[in-house]
Write a protein that binds this ligand. Structure first.
Ligand code: FE2
Length: 384
């Protein structure tokens, strides 16, 4: 399906500064649009002046240019907007991101229910997952298994000297089409029954990787002087508001949550997949599956492996340049992490949201036989 859209310009300028379009070698075309779209700041022989750069980027945001680029392409890469980026530039990057996001009327998304702890590095900017360099994280849309998820996810690496560690990104519309073609029954059932996440756990013990009394898990409103029962009450309130109605404490005072979500959706009438299935498929055992179809039945191992394989085949792998800021439309695009070695690669993440998500053109979608047929005929047509 191809919808009308405003094509990206080669350059956007205020007469002094500009952002000029870059060709990313691994970008590809989805529904007639480049995925991702990338621009580099061009000073056009002027001196770098932070206020002027922020003012220029704010004006592009206020005109709707940045939202268009993010929504039409799924991912917008901004290069060279920080001068001589290195690990000391977190506050500058945070400020650029803030100007862009607030310029397009987005608000800070409060992170609750993360499965890792994070350190604050600037305004609404945190260290990303603290997993070791060799670890792989498979595709997921951030917080898609919860009640509340961010509209945009912004990644930056201030200093990148590592080998490997590209950021893999998958467009949910392309994923939907490939899954419709190769796993039609899986897709149909997923759209009809939804997706269950069972018994996610945040520990009482603060030496665990995820514990509930941390700002970005469930401790946002907890004060050190609160008694233990008050702490639990405050944590559970956030869990019910942000994560799931089905959240509770077990007898050891660990916080658990189960949820049901609808991963087959449309954004502006284009069907897509929005889920954390690939990332959680590794935590699947036949004894105690973390994820199931919404009716409680288990996925077949073959389907799940095939699904994982499809996501890997569709990955665009972002090759970082120090100081890149990558704006991801979390509704449409999922992300993961690849292993790296030898050198620096600390990722920062900021999450932002629309002011009123109920007005977003993002809806649950029930797949019918005719939809599967039309995907196949569209894909056939593209081959001709
Ligand atoms: Fe993530």
């Amino acid at each position: 399906m191809t919808v009308d859209y405003i094509p990206p310009q080669k350059s956007y300028s205020n007469g002094k500064l500009s952002i000029d379009k870059l060709d990313l070698p691994e970008a590809h075309i989805i529904h007639g649009r480049e995925f991702p779209v990338a621009y580099a700041l061009n000073l056009n022989d002027h001196e770098y002046n932070r206020d002027e750069v922020e003012e220029f980027l704010t004006s592009l945001s206020q005109k709707g240019v940045i939202t268009q680029l993010i929504e039409n392409h799924g991912v917008f890469v901004l290069r060279d907007s920080v001068e001589n980026s290195d690990e000391s530039k977190a506050a500058e990057v945070a400020s650029i991101i803030r100007h862009i996001e607030e310029g397009r009327n987005q608000v800070q998304f409060e992170q609750n229910g993360t499965l890792t702890t994070r350190d604050k590095k600037g305004f609404n900017l945190y260290t990303a997952n603290k997993s070791p360099p060799e670890s792989v994280i498979l595709q997921h849309n951030e917080f898609s298994r919860f009640k509340r998820y961010p509209n945009s996810l912004v990644f930056s690496i201030l200093e990148y000297t590592a080998t490997g560690g590209e950021t893999p990104l998958v467009h949910g519309g392309e994923l939907y089409e490939k899954v419709a073609k190769e796993l039609p029954q899986f897709l149909e059932k997923l759209s009809q029954t939804g997706l269950q996440f069972n018994n996610e756990i945040w520990y009482k013990d603060e030496s665990e990787r995820a514990y509930w009394n941390h700002e970005v898990t469930f401790g946002r409103n907890i004060k050190p002087e609160d008694d233990f029962e008050t702490k639990k009450k405050k944590a559970l309130k956030i869990a019910h508001e942000y994560i799931s109605d089905n959240a509770w404490f077990d007898e050891d005072d660990n916080l658990l949550a189960s949820s049901k979500t609808w991963p087959v959706k449309t954004f502006k009438d284009e069907p897509l997949l929005f889920s954390s299935i690939a990332a959680f498929s590794d935590k699947y055992t036949t004894d105690e599956p973390k994820i199931k179809y919404g009716d409680g039945t288990v996925f077949s191992k073959e389907d799940l492996n095939k699904y994982k394989k499809i996501t890997e085949e569709l990955e665009y792998k972002h090759n970082w340049k120090s100081g890149d800021i990558v704006f991801i439309h979390n509704y449409q695009v999922s992300h993961g992490k690849l292993p790296y070695k030898d050198g620096k690669r600390s990722t920062l993440v900021g999450m932002w949201d629309v002011q009123d998500h109920t007005k977003q053109p993002f809806k649950n979608f029930q797949v019918e036989k005719s939809d599967l047929e039309s995907v196949n005929s569209n894909l056939e047509a593209l081959k001709v």
